[in-house]
Design a binder for this molecule. Structure first.
Ligand code: FES
Length: 156
């Protein structure tokens, strides 16, 4: 873990604060989330306080501070999916998992996030489950989908 943080930091110039966002983004791509260690190291590297980094990073909803679940669901809420009912999908997933976007269930199994256009607008609402797309999804299908995913996890 520490090595991946260092290898990302090594690509940047120390003290160059305008690199903060791309740098955090790259760490997150490598590690899946921004750990406390990553924030502290980045702060030392750029000469920024951890409070300042947390403040800036929480402003962007693409950053997560806890590891994602084993199953990660991305729900498109771009204009087209929104018009096709993505909000009801979001509400159903929230209800089924009992967590908010960006959170992870206590058993570490599920997390979800709301994203903008995934490039499949005519097939919306679109969701992505661990890299696999589900199109024309309806909120009534969500409980069954979650049930199936739980079954897969239990029998893995
Ligand atoms: S708006 Fe959802 S895929 Fe484009």
């Amino acid at each position: 873990m520490a090595n991946s943080i260092d290898s990302v930091l090594n690509k940047y110039k120390s003290g160059k604060r305008e690199d903060l966002i791309p740098l955090l983004q790259e760490i997150q791509e490598n590690m899946g989330y921004l750990s406390e260690e990553a924030i502290v190291k980045t702060g030392n590297f750029l000469g920024l306080s951890t409070t300042k980094i947390y403040g800036l990073a929480t402003f962007y909803d693409r950053f997560r501070f806890i590891p994602a679940g084993k199953i990660q669901i991305r729900i498109c809420n771009g204009t087209s999916c929104f018009l096709n009912g993505s909000q009801s999908i979001i509400n159903k997933i929230k209800e089924e998992l009992g967590i908010l976007p960006g959170q992870t269930t206590r058993n570490g199994n599920f997390s979800y996030e709301i994203v903008s256009c995934m490039g499949g607008c005519c097939n919306g609402p679109v969701i992505n489950v661990n890299g696999q797309y589900h199109t024309h999804i309806k909120s009534e299908q969500i409980p069954e989908l979650i049930k199936r995913l739980k079954y897969v996890l239990e029998n893995d």
